[in-house]
Ligand binder design. Structure first.
Ligand code: ADP
Ligand code: MG
Ligand code: ZN
Length: 511
């Protein structure tokens, strides 16, 4: 009996153990199958086969400048002979860069559609996962296929995934191999080939410079967030075919309320508004739906990008201050464009160009440049009686100019004939104190001058700020019309030279 019982138990156990074992094996098979199944899935069908894009120019709005540049590619793809006859070299590699959601992917698709080319798209991040060597071979395949099926556009999204600067840490051999293969492919183009490579990246400053060399991604186009008119145009694109209650909905107002938002976020707002209307079982979308959607989308953003009306006003005066100072210091710099559309972490910026590149500057010119850079902060003080933290970048620039003037160029009032750099010479404590005082003297003097000038020219400042609030971006001609009657007051009577100068709020420099 006992023996029997024991044997039964043993049999029983064996059966179950065996079963458990089978289940385990089955599970592992499944896992393996799934892993293998993943491989083709991370290789999107259109990576190998290419596809015809269905996105046309009419689906893209608010990025006119970039579109204009891309037209050249389209023209080339349509009729390469026209360019070849002239011996013209059309860029083979274009890089679209800018914040996420501004329409980079969309633009690449539209270029493919408009030029009737096959569209090959791949995300660089899919090249660097999984198995060693796979990324490089995928790149090879992608380019080979595209060449075979020319005319073709190859679009490589998230270029930073392979092209981030080799910083030592966090960069592995696999990424290195993949990047090298990409460089090889880019270099392998021959003039007549109708293949254009477009890359996209959110952070051009992180890209390996090797990628940006001539012959590679040598044309770089910024795709910025849209300005007021651009936002309205994008809202129109995304409400096309949607039933709007036209007595009620005012897209211009929605555009005004969405300063700083990208195309993707605007598309999202249009969609949310439609959903909201649907939930009310209404037949058309009303302004209230847009208001609701706006709040919802803005609340969902990780970082608040929409400025309050008060902040917009401060920003308009800040940038207006730079712009007006730029005009008053006329001989020093030409203002090209001023905007209060946020970009990256820059809230707004004023963009200047010198008439030509020069390398020598007089003391007076440097002072003028400091005055322009401080024009933003000074305008805040003059208009609002208080200042914000929005001038960090300006202050840095001014400090740097003043430091160089005193420490290196002998341009302070009392130190005129020696450098004051402690790393070259042992400076006495008295000398160090003197140079710090001189530096402060220069920057404080420039600031006082900026405040004085803005008080004196308050009317044009108000005009510029009002125009900025209305249009958000002013180009040179528009600005000039606003300051026609204001005579420049530069202390630099004769210009010797000015380098490229850009005054911007904290964050990256405009291109
Ligand atoms: P990015 O590649 O710059 O991150 P995408 O091109 O992927 O941005 O944009 C995502 C979506 O947002 C698009 O499919 C489109 O619906 C919308 N969108 C973005 N920018 C624009 C634009 N300029 N015009 C129209 N729609 C846009
Ligand atoms: Mg994209
Ligand atoms: Zn500023």
């Amino acid at each position: 009996m006992v023996g029997h019982w024991f044997q039964d138990a043993a049999n029983f156990a064996m059966t179950y153990l065996g079963l458990a074992f089978l289940v385990l094996v089955a599970f592992m098979c499944w896992l393996l199958w799934k892993t293998m199944g993943m491989m083709p899935r991370t290789t999107p069908a259109n990576l190998v086969h290419g596809s015809k894009s269905k996105t046309s120019w009419s689906d893209v709005a608010g990025v006119e400048e970039v579109r204009g540049e891309l037209m050249e590619v389209v023209d080339f793809m349509r009729d390469p002979k026209r360019f070849e006859r002239l011996g013209a070299k059309v860029p083979k590699g274009l890089l679209l860069y800018g914040p996420p959601g501004t329409g980079k992917t969309l633009l690449a698709k539209a270029v493919a559609y408009e030029s009737g080319a096959n569209f090959y798209s791949a995300s660089a991040s899919s090249f660097v996962e999984m198995f060693a060597g796979l990324g490089a071979s995928r790149i090879r395949k992608l380019f080979a296929e595209a060449r075979k099926n020319a005319p073709a556009i190859i679009f490589i999204d998230e270029l930073d995934a392979v092209g981030a600067q080799r910083s030592g840490h966090g960069f592995n051999r696999e990424q290195d191999q993949t990047l090298n293969q990409l460089l090889v492919e880019l270099d392998g183009f021959e003039g007549a080939e109708q293949v254009v490579v477009m890359g996209a990246s959110n952070r051009i400053q992180d890209l390996d410079p090797a990628l940006l060399r001539p012959g590679r991604f040598d044309r770089q186009l910024l795709v910025p967030p849209p300005d007021l008119a651009g936002r309205e145009a994008i809202l129109r694109v995304h409400t096309r075919g949607k039933p709007l209650n036209l007595d009620d909905v005012d897209l211009a107002t929605v555009a005004r309320q969405t300063s700083g938002l990208t195309g993707a976020e605007l598309a999202n707002i249009c969609n949310e508004a439609a959903i909201k209307a649907g939930r009310r079982s209404d037949v058309s979308i009303s302004q209230a739906d847009f208001d609701w959607a706006l709040e919802r989308v803005v609340a969902g953003l990780q970082q608040r990008k929409v400025l309050t009306e008060k902040e917009r006003r401060i920003l308009a005066y800040h940038e207006g201050g730079h712009a007006l100072m730029g005009h008053l210091m006329g001989s020093v710099m030409e203002l090209q464009k001023v905007t209060i559309v946020s970009r990256g972490n820059a809230l707004g910026y004023a963009f200047y160009l010198p008439e030509e590149d020069r390398y020598l500057h007089t003391k007076e010119e440097l002072v003028d440049r400091m005055i322009v850079a401080l024009g933003g902060r000074a305008a805040e003080e003059v208009v609002f009686g208080r200042v914000t933290n929005g001038a960090a970048n300006d202050l840095e620039k001014v400090t740097e100019i003043a430091r160089s003037m005193v420490f290196e160029w002998g341009m302070s009032d009392t130190v005129t004939s020696r450098t004051m750099r402690a790393d070259n010479y042992a400076l006495s404590e008295a000398s160090k104190r003197l140079r710090d005082e001189e530096q402060a003297h220069l920057t404080d003097g420039a600031y006082e001058e900026a405040v004085r000038l803005l008080r004196k020219h308050r009317a044009p400042l108000d005009r510029i700020a009002a125009a900025l609030l209305e249009k958000e971006t002013l180009v040179r001609e528009e600005l000039q019309a606003l300051v026609e009657d204001v005579e420049p007051e530069s202390s630099a009577s004769e210009t010797v030279g000015v380098p490229r100068v850009v005054a911007s709020e904290p964050g990256e420099l405009p291109a």
